[in-house]
Ligand binder design. Sequence first.
Ligand code: 5GP
Ligand code: ZN
Length: 136
Amino acid sequence: MSTDCIFCEIVRGELPSFKVYEDERTLAFLDIRPVNIGHTLVIPKAHSHNIFDIAPEDWTAVAGTARKVAIAIEKAVGCDGINLAMNNREHAGQVVFHPHVHLIPRFKGDGIKLMPQRAYHEGEAEPIAQKIRAAL
Ligand code: 5GP
Ligand code: ZN
């Protein structure tokens, strides 16, 4: 637990939230500023910062909760799809430094574009794949 982390405050019940699911390791609650209605955050109860330092057991638990809650959101809001997103560190857009997976309900024609993409240049992909394999 961290004393200056708002998501730890939500876990402790010191900050109000609209909780939708809770188990021993995880908590899911509505994002205060939703992309679409039903936008939910899934977090581990234990404090860490992001994907780089979350305990493997907590990550596994978060993934399980994300799947369970995504299915419930689909039933509850009648969305046409759901994006799972996670921002890790400042330059990836992370604002709250307690790991959280966004479950974002999507509706046909909602016009939300999450990530611009581009093609690899000739010869660019294999060296990158090689570097990642070597780092594992
Ligand atoms: P990040 O950019 O770190 O991935 O996203 C943090 C998310 O937390 C944002 O979508 C923001 O709306 C949400 N958020 C920030 N403060 C609070 C809060 O006090 N309560 C809730 N429920 N969500 C919050
Ligand atoms: Zn925390």
